[in-house]
Ligand binder design. Structure first.
Ligand SMILES: NC(=O)c1ccc[n+]([C@@H]2O[C@H](COP(=O)([O-])OP(=O)(O)OC[C@H]3O[C@@H](n4cnc5c(N)ncnc54)[C@H](OP(=O)(O)O)[C@@H]3O)[C@@H](O)[C@H]2O)c1
Length: 320
């Protein structure tokens, strides 16, 4: 995989560090709106080419895959440009601001014979894959609780009157899209799309949700997903079935430790997970591309669309 990056925030740097030890994945180009920022990134991570024009960036023939880590509102437009230039796409979460855009991107990728992925590292972690093999042991699932709360320094900025992209309704920000989305991905990847979605949010005066609770209803069970950027909390996922329960730390973004309790006996079923958090998804996407694995790809893109539909539904309920 020969990558080109869009954006120069923290997540791009985390990604560049994560792929460094992966032989089959290299970064060949970086786009930034400013030459100075592109040069800084290129210097630190030995990226041979930089661009400040998106048109020139997408025309780069060596680059076969674009990693999009721009503000949420720009994902659809940039991903569309990338696939129309016959590049595979790995797009940061949330994939698109609405479900119609997600479907449009899926179609555009098909027409251009490329793959398009949403970057949700959790879904590719060895511990997530391992725990999914143990769900059946819990019997009939009844209750799921997820909490992902992380007090954001950008919330302090918001309170001080500075609206950053993350808390800007015009940039498709907010706690649901930024943090609760990890809980939604976690639950939907294991159990599919819920039959009903409810979202109750704490809204700031500019109308953005700074925290909230999404309730996903399934036939026979309920999943409560808490996502907060205005408080800290104990981050975890708990899955309760009639025969036992599973407790996952530190929750839907990390999955480092998994314990299962059946008949009062608790067992740690965690497996080795010694690569960087973002490394696993790049290894997985690279394999799908190399093997042209349409079955695994379809599963992932359809999952992404289901999450986009749930997000859209939840957002509408909070008036977002
Ligand atoms: N998977 C994860 O764990 C994870 C973690 C954090 C963030 N994310 C996702 O990654 C994406 C980027 O997040 P972030 O916090 O880095 O966002 P950000 O700081 O708001 O923006 C990211 C980059 O986009 C460019 N940019 C900023 N404002 C822009 C504007 N008005 N118009 C055009 N370009 C602009 C900047 O790059 P240049 O100045 O170089 O152009 C900036 O570095 C988001 O979609 C977020 O949800 C994912």
């Amino acid at each position: 995989m020969k990558l080109g990056t869009i954006g120069s925030g923290k997540i791009v740097q985390e990604m560049l560090r994560a792929i460094e030890p992966i032989e089959e994945v290299t970064c060949v180009a970086a786009y930034s709106r400013k030459q100075e920022t592109a040069d800084e990134l290129a210097g630190e991570y030995q990226i041979p080419k930089t661009y400040t024009s998106l048109e020139d960036f997408f025309a780069d023939e060596e680059m076969d895959t674009v990693y999009i880590a721009s503000p949420n509102k720009l994902h659809t437009e940039q991903a569309l440009q990338a696939v129309e230039n016959h590049k595979h796409v790995i797009c940061e979460k949330p994939f698109t601001p609405n479900a119609a855009d997600a479907k449009k991107l899926k179609e555009a990728a098909e027409q251009n014979n490329v793959f398009i992925f949403e970057a949700i590292p959790t879904l590719f972690l060895p511990n997530f894959l391992e725990l999914s093999n143990h769900i059946e042991r819990l019997g009939q699932i009844r209750l799921i609780q997820c909490n992902y709360s992380q007090y954001s320094s950008r919330y302090d900025q918001l309170k001080a009157g500075e609206v950053t992209n993350m808390f800007d309704p015009a940039f498709a920000g907010g706690a649901l899209s930024d943090i609760n989305i990890y809980n939604l991905h976690f639950v939907l990847r294991l159990f599919g799309k819920p039959t009903e979605v409810t979202y109750k949010a704490n809204l700031f005066e500019n109308g953005i949700d700074t925290s909230g609770i999404a309730l996903l209803s399934y036939s026979g069970f309920q999943a409560s997903c808490v996502g907060s950027k205005d408080t800290t909390g104990e981050n975890f996922v708990s899955i309760q079935g009639e025969d036992g329960y599973m407790y996952i730390k530190p929750g839907a973004n990390g999955v480092n430790n998994v314990k299962i309790t059946i008949d009062g006996k608790t067992k740690d079923i965690s497996v080795k997970q010694d690569r960087a958090r973002l490394a696993y998804e790049f290894i997985y996407f690279n394999k799908i591309i190399k093997k042209n694995n349409k079955k695994s790809y379809d599963e992932l893109i359809n999952h992404t669309i289901a999450v986009a539909e749930v997000l859209e539904d939840a957002r509408a309920q909070a008036g977002l």
